[in-house]
Design a protein around this ligand. Sequence first.
Ligand SMILES: Cc1cc2nc3c(=O)[nH]c(=O)nc-3n(C[C@H](O)[C@H](O)[C@H](O)COP(=O)(O)OP(=O)(O)OC[C@H]3O[C@@H](n4cnc5c(N)ncnc54)[C@H](O)[C@@H]3O)c2cc1C
Length: 457
Amino acid sequence: MTTVTALDTERIEAVSATLSGALFLPWHEHYDAARQVHNGLIDKRPALIARCLGTADVVAAIELAHETGLEISVRGGGHSVAGRAVAEGGLMIDLAEMKGIHVDPVARTARAQGGVIWRELNREAAVHGLATTGGAISTTGIAGFTLGGGLGWLMSKYGLATDNLLSAEIVTATGEVLQPSANEHSDLFWAIRGGGGNFGVATSFEYRLHPVSTVFGGLIAYPFDSAPDVLRLFREFTATASDDASMFAGLVHAPDGSGVKLSALLLCHTGTLEDAEAEFKPVLEFGSPVMTHVGAIPYPAMNMLLDEGYPKGALNYWKSTFIRALEDDALDALVASFAECPSPMDAIVIEHFHGEVTRIPAAETAVPHRTESYNVLIPGEWIDPADTDGNIAWVRETYAALQPYSAERRWLNYFADDDGADAVRAAYGPNFERLVEIKKRYDPDNVFHLNHNIEPG
Ligand SMILES: Cc1cc2nc3c(=O)[nH]c(=O)nc-3n(C[C@H](O)[C@H](O)[C@H](O)COP(=O)(O)OP(=O)(O)OC[C@H]3O[C@@H](n4cnc5c(N)ncnc54)[C@H](O)[C@@H]3O)c2cc1C
């Protein structure tokens, strides 16, 4: 690792003078704010932060990293739980201020820069009654999210975020600027659709948009003791859900901080109001909810419904796995585990994959998860550092309890920092070898390795 003192400060100053953005050394007034990411558990100190404002700044930052020997990390929205956007002692290429968004309402496309978050893109697209698949919450960056696949409310109708990618601008390890698409550098275009930050710095993304303005959606919460029945209803409903209907199940806490445990169903429907009410009727009439907060809402608001549960700076440790089926035993194991969770912010979420996302062939992009299935996410979240060990232990125990039901497939975007090479293989399955070949072509020296790394062999 190269240290700050070993850096050629004159050279840094010279490069800094040419940038549209800025270089932050550790004593710079903006350094501490810039190195902080969403997950408060991440406390790394880069030797240098390149706050880029455009592609030329990114090219210059990569060149500077080569000259100084600093390892490169890349920060898009800074939301990854693993925290690899920040490099301890390295050079962090920080795109947080690259916020340009241009929507073409006629072509139904949007081009957005690498520091944009979903809330911002949703807002611009909504002006034209358009949207594309973003996440379950709105503060996540489009960059890491899309490069890792990107699942969300609209995936059953329109596929993953990455399935809606038309092209991107990528700065490679040698500083070359490429525009991969279906027609140009199509191998690279295949790899960045799921292959994470392994192939270069994505300075912008071009998305296909869809006519989505108001959806029918929201949340229904039930007492925790009805969780076994709620989860079985979820299984029954999702078995025949239309492409318009997305449903996730959650074991969650009341948002008032009381620590009261609840079971919940999260719904989103892209059809007409009448179709949505008809399809969700058995759900809307089920049991005795303690809260029913559903109705017609603008898609950007749907995407923000859960934001308050995930404040910046809270401590996070997550694990997830696809499971083979929602067997009774698996559901009961989840309920038993949630009963023991230590933090009033911990949750368990089951995400249903069906519809368009499962119709795309597994080899069409780097994301292989294309069968109808359920992904179980265990997002451990707490505030007090004294609770860290207990929460991490709970997430690990819950994950271990799921192993008998695991499909041995993993969702890349939810990795924690301790998810290593085995997890990466489980994220890519049959697509792994092709990713290695493309990595060899575009980044043979593994310059971009502070990520969920695909080694070039
Ligand atoms: C509260 C919360 C909710 C979430 N919800 C969802 C969800 O609904 N669906 C889902 O799929 N995921 C979800 N995620 C996971 C999220 O998609 C990933 O953490 C994703 O990496 C975030 O992207 P980012 O740009 O904000 O992250 P960052 O932390 O900035 O980046 C993560 C990694 O991506 C790479 N990277 C980022 N930007 C670039 C770039 N421009 N060029 C090259 N590489 C880059 C780097 O390797 C970096 O380490 C959620 C995460 C959180 C914390």
